[in-house]
Design a protein around this ligand. Structure first.
Ligand code: BES
Ligand code: ZN
Length: 873
């Protein structure tokens, strides 16, 4: 923490006041000086000029004489009154400070804000003619003066008034208690939320919207009115979100015993949104990408994401709203837990093994690199400069893994007893990660104290495993070791408890030699004995990915090959195939002779299997991406990695063209069939096609063009176009043009068009991306569009790391432009540069220089400053 302050002071350009870059520290937490049990807000709505009057009932919290401090951000007070009279007040930077003599007061403030000029999309802003809010984490202070921290819980009363034609629909949290007409074509509505909530959960929407309405009857028989609000032309695309919402409501009742608590639940879709979606109490606001879908415009993955995000935000009603966070360091309390809940939900409504594979892939592709790089931080961070930078894969995905691990250790009944206690004990409170673990302990009667280090220690543990077989003694010994590398601010690491689901499998019989064990490695090294091992054993370890670690197991020749064919646990089987691939890929990237034969054989066996379902096959034969391979290299050479990966794909494509063609042609599903089986068949169809095209680009192009032309759904269409986009064939441009012609008026599909080209594995991708940035449909101010081009390109390992540095220059330029409008979204582009130290010297130097150029830019936001200065440190 101290080092961050030093870094800030040293690296901050002189145009920046250094106070802006001060780190906030977890250990400095103090309860709020003043509470606000009630707040009443009055909005006179107008896109250019909105007047906000706030009336706060404030109460001194504890015995102190500190003044009332109300946070503000880019707002100025037009008037301030205390108990109805003009009062003495002062500004301390952005905060409004009032000395109060008594223990209670009524504070009235008036501010003017401009939603149309709000390009940060935090606070009250305009999007496509409507007005909406985003307050998490610190957006409420851009609307009105308030102690904008999650441990100040208030009852909200909201009155809003605006033009009845522009804003026929007026929504806020809770229940609508009154509405009426006003002069000059205006109307008004009043809303009241009976549940006290922190300011980050406040929401308001005003716009010309229509609703898809439905209802849900809760387990205690109450009827809840559901509404999904969109522009009227989008109504036909809302049914999947509605179906997902009802499934999620029923699932939370069944699995966690959690019932919805109001008579109304609203979802609103907006096209300009920094994140995916937001869980405001009873008024969830969504990026339209996670609401709108139909067969023609959305892929199977889009449908799955919508179900997942709808469920996630709904689940927050308990894990986030009813029980909220004490401070932002506890963010994983709500996000890690809610991600675990949405992952379990998606597994239950789809295929659990395939969902597990997908979740682990994301963890390894995003969180492991984060945990090994300059932005590494614990699941519960110790300090931050800008909290917006801590909505990370570590807080979300690793946080979810930690809870999954606790659930594995406890087993389902005890875990449920623990979560029941957590919800009842902390209902209506702002809690901590410690409170969560304590409730699990008290509810289950199991001591979990050793596991708390998973919240405080950053870095991915590395486990080495060696299995020794003593045939004479009919026994085997598993030797385990663990190590955690240093991370910023944590040079020395303690051993962690690492629960590994493990079984030995007979090399001959292919059978499990004994029931699976949960081995908890909690010392630097440990040996575990297995008896009755009557045949040569194969080691199946960290099954289901029971703990988020890297396991390096010593393998006998042929062991992975055998596991890839026999392991009955689907994740472990997938893992064996992937590990075989990784060996060949790393050898190839190192310039060593890479033997693709074992991989080709494993892929062949997978494709031929009668017992595996298509979705699993598709996941299992997918080749790890360039950045995953890069994680395994001592020095990263993107060209060598790319060449190695292409050569393995080609070997599979040529070696297995018959089997791949069979998988590609497997049919019998309709485009609108969204069953897990149909989705699996479509997925395998395109994965197989990609490999075929790697073996024979001409044949691949013809097949892809045919799939593209015939497609009656976006999954097949986008799958085919994605393959064509990387090929050097005449079909490529024709298909891209046809796609554009057909979908140019649909922004969410146009995002795909930009993203497909930014993801292309071609030597001219940088040129294409520069051209696309000048395309009339490109705009830097819409976060989805910016991410589809710049975000996707930053993740295109080979193209982004073009040796001439043009990829770096492009991303830096667009990031700096974006930072002037929307720092939160700009900062999310920085991690593409984060691991510069691992690259070969020329690229490393180019990346470092680019980071230096960014940090020296005048007027840099603290969001980008924090990410860049930490990346350089
Ligand atoms: N609370 C967040 C939304 C949020 C994130 C607000 C960052 C402010 C800053 C929401 O619950 C969330 O986590 N959304 C995710 C999607 C989810 C399915 C993981 C998102 O927006 O990406
Ligand atoms: Zn969330």
């Amino acid at each position: 923490m101290a080092d961050i302050r030093t870094t800030a002071a040293v690296a901050a350009p002189e145009t920046q006041p250094s106070t802006e870059h001060v780190a906030i520290r977890r250990e400095d937490y103090r309860p709020p000086d003043w509470l606000v049990p009630e707040i009443s807000l009055d909005f006179q709505l107008d896109a250019d000029r909105t007047i906000v009057r706030g009336t706060l009932q404030v109460e001194r919290n504890g015995d102190h004489d500190r003044p009332l401090r109300l946070d503000g951000d880019e707002i100025a007070a037009l008037s301030v009154k205390v108990d109805g009279a003009d009062a003495d007040w002062r500004m301390d930077g952005p905060a409004l400070v009032i000395d109060l003599a008594g223990d209670r007061a009524t504070i009235e403030t008036e501010v003017e804000i401009s939603p149309a000029a709000n390009t940060k999309l935090m606070g009250l802003y305009a999007s496509g003619g409507m007005l909406c809010t985003q307050c998490e984490a610190e957006g409420f202070r851009r609307i009105t003066f308030f102690p904008d921290r999650p441990d100040v819980l208030s009852k909200y009363h909201v009155r809003m008034e605006g033009n009845a034609t522009l804003f026929p629909v007026l929504l806020s949290n809770g229940n609508r208690i009154a509405l009426g007409d006003a002069a000059e074509g205006r109307h008004w509505a009043e809303w009241q939320d009976p549940f006290p909530k922190p300011s980050y959960l406040f929401a308001l929407v005003a716009g010309d919207l229509e609703a898809n309405r439905d209802s849900f009857t809760t387990m205690s028989g109450r009827q809840v009115d559901l509404a999904i609000w969109v522009r009227s032309s989008d109504l036909p695309k809302t049914q999947h979100a509605m179906d997902s919402l009802k499934l999620a409501m029923a699932w939370d009742e069944r699995v966690y015993g959690r019932e919805y608590d109001l008579d109304l639940f609203n979802i609103v879709a907006v096209s300009d949104f920094n994140m995916g979606a937001m869980e405001n109490k009873s008024l969830n606001i969504f990026n339209s990408a996670y609401v709108l879908a139909d067969q023609d415009t959305a892929t199977d993955a889009d449908f799955d994401n919508i179900a997942r995000v709808v469920a996630h935000e709904y689940f927050h009603n308990w894990s986030g709203d009813r029980v909220t966070c004490r401070d932002w360091f506890q963010l994983s309390l709500k996000e890690g837990f809610t991600v675990f809940r949405d992952q379990s939900f998606s597994a239950d409504v789809g295929s659990p093994p395939v969902k597990r594979i997908e979740d682990v892939r994301v963890l390894r592709a995003v969180q492991f690199p984060e945990d090994a790089g300059p932005l590494a931080h614990p699941v519960r961070p110790d300090s931050y400069i800008e909290i917006g930078n801590f909505y990370t894969a570590t807080v979300y995905n690793k946080g979810a893994e930690v809870i999954r691990m606790l659930a594995t250790v406890l087993g389902p009944e005890k875990f449920r007893a623990g979560t029941d206690l957590y919800f009842s004990r902390h209902d209506g409170e702002a809690a901590t990660c410690d409170d969560f673990v304590k409730a699990l302990e008290d509810g289950s009667g199991v001591d979990l104290s050793a596991f708390k280090i998973w919240y405080s220690q950053a870095g991915t543990p590395k486990v080495t495993a060696r299995l020794e077989h003593d045939a004479a003694a009919n026994a085997a010994t598993l030797h385990l070791e663990q190590k955690v590398d240093p991370t910023p601010g944590q040079p020395v690491k303690a051993p962690m408890p690492i629960p590994l689901r493990t079984v030995l499998i007979g090399a001959e019989s292919g059978a499990e030699l004994a029931p699976e064990r949960l081995i908890v490695l909690d010392e630097p090294r440990q040996s575990v004995r297995f008896d009755n091992v009557s045949e040569l054993p194969l080691l199946s370890i960290n099954r289901g990915f029971s703990v988020p670690v890297v396991v390096k197991a010593e393998r006998r020749p042929g062991e992975l090959e055998r596991l890839a064919q026999t392991d009955p646990e689907p994740f472990a089987r997938y893992e064996a195939i992937q590990e075989l691939m990784m060996r060949a890929l790393v050898a190839g990237a190192r310039g060593e002779a890479a033997d693709s034969a074992p991989v080709v054989a494993a892929v062949a066996a997978t494709l031929q299997s009668n017992s595996l379902d298509p979705a699993f096959k598709a996941e299992a034969i997918l080749i790890p991406g360039d950045s995953m391979i890069a994680e395994r290299m001592d020095e990263v050479d993107p060209d060598a990695i790319h060449a190695s990966r292409e050569s393995l794909r080609e070997a599979i494509g040529t070696g297995l063209s018959g089997a791949l063609l069979g998988a590609h042609r497997s049919d019998g599903v309709e485009g609108h069939d969204l069953s897990p089986r149909a989705k699996g068949i479509r997925r395998l169809r395109t994965v197989a096609l990609g490999l075929l095209a790697a073996g024979d680009p001409q044949q691949g192009a013809a097949l892809a063009k045919a799939q593209f032309d015939r497609a009656d759904n976006m999954t097949d269409r986008q799958g085919a176009l994605g393959i064509l986009a990387s090929l050097d064939v005449p079909e490529r441009q024709a298909a891209l043009d046809a796609f554009y012609e057909r979908f140019q008026d649909d922004p969410l599909v146009l995002d795909k068009w930009f993203a497909l080209q930014a993801a292309a594995q071609r030597s001219d991708t940088v040129d294409q991306v520069l051209r696309l940035a000048a395309h009339p449909d490109f705009t830097i101010s819409n976060p989805n569009r910016l991410r589809s081009l710049a975000g996707t390109f930053g993740g295109n390992h080979w193209a982004f790391h073009s040796p001439d540095g043009r990829g770096y220059a492009f991303l830096a330029d667009i990031l700096l432009d974006a930072d002037k409008l929307n720092p939160q979204v700009a900062a999310r582009l920085v991690p593409a540069f984060g691991r510069w130290r691992r690259f070969e010297p020329k690229r490393a130097e180019l990346m470092r220089q680019t980071l230096e150029r960014i940090v020296a830019a005048p007027g840099l936001s603290k969001d980008v400053f924090e990410q860049v200065s930490k990346s350089l440190a």
